[in-house]
Write a protein that binds this ligand. Structure first.
Ligand code: DC
Length: 225
């Protein structure tokens, strides 16, 4: 069977990336990290910013953009126009601008098109902000993950440290708050809970518990088909 979609949405640090990766691994599904795609385009945008950033420039940039997501061993890599940008897209500069760039309607339209193309005929665990609401409104499973801001900030700091990026906890927290606010209130496809999503609060859950829970939900749904 192909074409089974698990949509996982939630704020930054809610646990969705780790859970999505873990579930994809256990079920042998393709893992589609849409945040990495927005981050990669933000990187390109920041590199080109000097030429002015009106709508025509954004459209031209999008036309010239190629984003690939590859699994290499146990690691996931993001390629922007052939270059491995997996680390660069996690840098503070990208964190600062990614929400604004993601709010541009042309960017969202392009991303949604690419995401549907990538997922076509595959079994996919797809994570982001608008997956269950906009990208795959017919997804067989929809999960919305949330957690307390402080817990999310600590998790994000730990993740960054593992990539040798050292940022103050206060700075991480400020960025999360800013992005939460921006991503939830933007005009186009804001972060919100899909009507038929299962809400999971991960504040007091371990990664193992999160993955087990979502895996159980997915397996139950697979069985019911
Ligand atoms: O999941 P993340 O932190 O890597 O996402 C980075 C940013 O990308 C997030 O702050 C908002 C944007 N984003 C989005 O607007 N829609 C998505 N489906 C995924 C990410």
């Amino acid at each position: 069977m192909a074409g089974f979609i698990v949509a996982i949405d939630g704020a930054a640090g809610s646990g969705k990336s780790t859970t999505a990766k873990g579930v994809a691994r256990r079920l042998n599904f393709f893992y589609l990290d849409t945040g990495a795609m927005y981050r990669a385009f933000t990187l390109k945008y920041l590199q080109e910013k000097s030429v002015g950033i009106g709508e025509p420039v954004i459209k031209r940039l999008l036309q010239e953009t190629r984003i690939r997501l590859e699994k290499e061993g146990d690691e996931y890599h993001t390629y922007l126009d052939g270059e491995d940008v997996s680390l660069k897209i996690r840098e503070p500069e990208v964190n600062r601008f990614v929400s604004q760039v993601s709010a541009i309607p042309e960017v969202r339209e392009w991303m949604v098109h690419q995401q549907r193309r990538i997922a076509k005929d595959k079994n996919v665990v797809c994570e982001g902000r608008d997956i269950g609401t906009v990208v795959f409104p017919d997804a067989q499973v929809k999960i919305f993950m949330k957690a307390d801001i402080e817990v999310r900030a600590r998790r994000r700091k730990k993740e960054l440290l593992e990539k040798d990026i050292d940022v103050d906890l206060a700075e991480v927290m400020e960025n999360l708050k800013f992005r939460d606010q921006y991503d939830s209130t933007r005009e186009h496809s804001p972060l919100r809970v899909a009507r038929d999503a299962v809400i999971i609060d991960t504040t007091n859950l371990t990664i193992e518990q999160e993955i087990n829970l979502v895996e159980k939900i997915v397996r139950a749904r697979l069985k019911s088909l």
